[in-house]
Design a protein around this ligand. Sequence first.
Ligand SMILES: [Mg+2]
Length: 331
Amino acid sequence: MGYITKMIPKVDLASSTLEAESVNLMTGNPHGELMAVTDSLGSDKQIVVIQRNPHAGTARKQREILDLVRELKRLGMIPRLFSSRERLDRWMSHPRNQARVKCLVGAGGDGTLQNLISRHPGAVLSQLPIGTENVLARHLGIPLSGREVARMIAVGHVKQMDIGRWGNRPFVLMASVGFDAEVIHRAHAERSGHTSRWRYLWPIARALWNCPGVPLVVNIDDSPPRTAQMAVVVNVPRYALGLNMATQALDDDGLLEVRLFKQGSAWSMWRYFVHLCLGSHERLADVESVRGVNVRIESEVPRHVQVDGDPAGTTPISLTVMPGGVSLLVP
Ligand SMILES: [Mg+2]
C-alpha cells in the first residue's frame, strides 16, 4: 500500500480547459504535467497572451500549444490562452493587463496572425505556426515547435516589418486580382469542413476551363496606367505552396512589389505556373515587375480580389504599405 495519487486536471484543448477565463495560470509539476493554479501574478511578471485558433492544425499540432505554455512557464513568463477573440480583446482593453503583456502569439496559420495584427496593431506579435498555411512563419524562420517559440519569445528579438493596407485593413503577405483570386473565391464558396490544399484542385480546373484571364488596369504611384490579365501585389516574397512570386521583395523597404501577367489564356496560366515553380517567371517578356507605394487595380467588370489567401471583395481595390507597421518576434 502507501500509494499517493495526485489529481491532475485533464488538459483538453478541444474543450478549452486552458481557457484563460477558467484557468489563469498553468504551472508544471515535477513530472512535467500541467496543473491549474489560482492567479497570484506579481506585477513584474511578463504575460504572454496566446490566441488559439481551435480550427487550425491537427491534434498533434495543437499539442504544440501545451509545449508552448509549459516552456513559457518554465522560462518565468505567464501564459494566458484564449480561444475566444472577444474575450482576449476584452482582457486586453484593461490598461493594467496591457501594461504587463510581453507579446501576443497567434497559434494558428497566416489568417490567425493577420487577424491579430488588425485587432492589435500596436502590440508586439509572434506566431506558433500550426495552421494549414504558415507562409509568413516560413519566411521569418519561425519553428513549428511550442518549446522553440517560447525560447524565441524569451530572447525577444523584435523585427519591424512592413505591413500592406487595403482600405483601412492590413495585409501581411500579398493581394491579387486574376486567376488565383478567382480560384480562392471558388474554393471558399464550396468550402466544407477541414481546410486542405486539395480543395483548390477542382476550382483551379474550373477556372482554367472558363477563360482564366481578367482584363485589368493597374496604376502604380504616378506612372502611366498599365494593363494586365493578372496582378499580384507582394509585401512578403513567399507565396502559397512554397513558391516565390517576387524574388526581389524585401519585407522592410517600405515598398510593394507588383507582378503583372499580361496574357490571359489557359495555356498562358499553365506556362506562368510552370515558370513560377521554376522561379523563372520574372524573366518572361510578358511578365512585368514594378515597385511602388500606392497600387490601384481596376477593371471594367468587377473582379474578385484575394488578400492573404482569403476572398476580399471585388475591384476596384487600392493598396498601400505602412513601413515598419508591425513588430514581430523572430528567431
Ligand atoms: Mg517591400
